[in-house]
Design a protein around this ligand. Structure first.
Ligand SMILES: C[S@@+](CC[C@H](N)C(=O)[O-])C[C@H]1O[C@@H](n2cnc3c(N)ncnc32)[C@H](O)[C@@H]1O
Length: 320
């Protein structure tokens, strides 16, 4: 760690003081909730729950007493904790360091090369599930497409939460699809028949040839595409320095180039009356509703995220 205010904890040091020192070093590096993350990283290094670290802090335990409760060798746990702190102080995403990110009921593997799934994207899945449960016949082999799959967060959630659904996922990037495959086998292997209901394709999702065999038959397309306007790149180091740029930028100053190409492709994939849910930037609600109307979607609306900001286009294909 470059910060000279932080000394790696020794096994004789007090857990509480070690966490406070680590939290201060993280905040000095610009991490917002330093102590909270220090607890998570120590728990990860020790292979225990964050609550175990908090309990040790309250009890005034030394590191060697705390670590004696768990399997790891104290020295290797402390080395792991110190290495994790160095990486986090360099603003590497917490999820890359611990190797997983939570998404709905899943814990997904993540690391350099794949976009870390965000909590707000869970709402895109909710919007689709609410509609699918009311508009489709249960067990009838509902057809769903997840364009721009990344870790597989959206498609893997849908295929595990909606019994008998068939899900196709499309990812074009060589590095990202390694993670999609890895998550698909980890999530689906334990669920009878699920692997046969999830179909992963490496392709450009804007290309008319991609999933052309499904044209006009898909019940719902859910997508979190690259949409960040080139004119306003994100400043957070965790995003701009670590998330793959192919996952971030929408290909034009307003970020709408790729989302609009996808919307056109989605219009062709959907059956009459089928649903699209597309996550987007807070500036893009009106433009996407207008683009959807121009392409022949009906009743386009914009749904907010939990902070009340415009984040999701929801529309149905015309012709039902
Ligand atoms: C914002 S990330 C979303 C990942 C995941 N769906 C999620 O919500 O966490 C966008 C993903 O789209 C992929 N991507 C970008 N352009 C694409 C294209 N034309 N066709 C297919 N995938 C694309 C990127 O590699 C990245 O994995």
């Amino acid at each position: 760690m470059t910060d000279d205010r932080f000394d790696a904890p020794s096994d004789a040091s007090d857990v509480r003081l070690a966490v406070i020192a680590a939290g201060a070093a993280l905040e000095h590096a610009g991490v917002e909730h330093g102590e909270y993350e220090a607890v998570l990283l120590l728990a990860w290094a020790a292979g225990c729950e964050p609550g175990d670290v908090r309990r040790a802090m309250l009890m005034g335990e030394t590191m060697d007493v705390f670590l004696s409760h768990f399997a790891g060798m104290p020295r290797s746990v402390l080395a792991r904790f110190d290495d994790a702190l160095r990486r986090r102080c360099a603003r590497e995403p917490l999820q890359y360091i611990v190797g997983t990110a939570p998404f709905r009921y899943l814990s997904l593997d993540v690391g350099p090369g794949v976009f870390v799934p965000r909590p707000e994207t869970e709402m895109a899945v909710d919007l689709a599930l609410d509609w699918l449960r009311s508009a489709c016949i249960p067990g009838a082999g509902t057809r769903i497409v997840d364009l721009c799959a990344g870790t597989g967060a959206i498609g893997l959630s849908l295929v595990t939460e909606l019994p008998a659904s068939q899900v196709w996922a499309v990812e074009k990037d060589d590095d990202a699809i390694v993670w999609t495959r890895r998550n698909a086998s980890r999530v689906l292997d334990g669920i009878a028949g699920a692997a046969d209901r999830y179909h992963l394709v490496q392709a450009d999702a804007t290309d008319a040839a991609t999933l052309a065999q499904l044209d006009g038959t898909v019940d719902a397309v859910v997508t979190n595409p690259p949409y960040i306007p080139l004119a306003t790149p994100p400043e957070q180091p965790e995003v701009i320095d670590w998330d793959p740029h192919v996952a971030l930028f929408g290909g034009s100053d307003d970020g709408l180039h790729i989302p609009v190409l996808l919307l056109r492709r989605i219009r062709t994939l959907l059956r009459p009356g089928g649903l699209v849910v597309m996550e987007h930037d807070i500036t893009q609600g009106a433009a996407l509703r207008e683009a959807a109307l121009r392409m022949g979607f009906v009743r386009p609306r914009t749904e907010p995220d939990l902070t009340g900001r415009d984040r999701f286009l929801v529309a149905c294909r015309d012709g039902e």
